[in-house]
Design a binder for this molecule. Structure first.
Ligand code: 6PG
Length: 247
């Protein structure tokens, strides 16, 4: 279903089937990007939802030429890279440890650097060095959404949402989050991506998904996930548990 603004919504039975479907779409986009540009820049989401997707990419799509793929992250918690809450650690366990990818193609956010602003500036330099033109960045960004409508580590009503030039910012998550210090990509760089896939799973996301997908304009005033507008393709993948009433 295309709901205007080039956004598609795909409702899929459950997390396993959703992960299988998204893996196929990621593999297709990678093939397309390699054909057109010879290399692909893919930004990984953190959190729990993408775990199964990463396992499928590693275990099923064994023909992906990872030596031509560059991996980045949309955000990271300010913890050591082997910490149980690290987005990098999750990707390493589910994907990186199972594929042959040159270390120089894995662009980890150095979130352990102190102060966090130093980590943000270091990662911004990494991105600007990699993307030789400012108008187009990642081929694909994978994202999740929190129940409060955050995406990456862009939280509602925070200064980072108003960022218009910096590509990476150090932010503090609301008090309800266990890990508050984070490094996040900002909307200027997210919205320069070619495509963005949101992965939404579970009944706890039903309310926020309904709020964002039923009235995008109103949602864009409140929820960071509703402001992500990549250059070409925006697809929301929801499982049935996360899908609310008719839109
Ligand atoms: C993070 C993520 C964050 C995540 C959402 C959904 O570092 O926490 O980048 O944006 O995608 O919070 O998380 P779940 O997939 O665990 O529900």
């Amino acid at each position: 279903m295309d709901h205007g603004i080039g956004r598609e919504i795909k409702v899929i039975a459950d997390l396993e089937t959703l992960s299988q479907r998204v893996a196929g779409e990621v593999a297709r986009l990678i093939e397309e990007g390699l054909r057109e540009r010879g290399r692909v820049a893919l930004a990984l989401a953190g959190g729990h939802t993408p775990r199964r997707l990463y396992q499928i990419l590693a275990e099923t799509y064994r023909k992906i030429p990872w030596e031509r793929i560059h991996l980045f992250w949309s955000d990271e918690r300010c913890v050591p890279s082997d910490h149980r809450e690290s987005n990098f650690a999750m990707a390493k366990e589910t994907l990186l440890s199972k594929i042959q990818i040159p270390p120089e193609n894995v662009h980890r956010i150095p979130a352990e650097l102190e102060p966090p602003e130093r980590a943000a500036r270091a990662y911004e330099q990494t991105l600007r060095d990699f993307f030789d033109c400012e108008d187009r960045t990642f081929d694909l960004i994978l994202l999740g959404v929190g129940p409060d409508g955050h995406t990456a580590s862009l939280f509602p009503c925070t200064a980072a949402l108003r960022e218009e030039t910096r590509w990476v910012r150090a932010v503090t998550a609301p008090p309800s989050y266990a890990i508050r210090q984070r490094i996040t990509l900002t909307l200027p760089v997210l919205n320069k991506a070619c495509s963005a896939f949101f992965l939404i799973h579970g009944a706890e996301k039903r309310e926020i998904a309904q709020a964002i997908l039923s009235d995008p304009q109103a949602a864009a005033k409140r929820y960071p996930a509703a402001i992500v507008r990549p250059q070409e393709h925006l697809i929301w993948f929801l499982d049935e548990a996360a899908d609310g009433e008719e839109r």
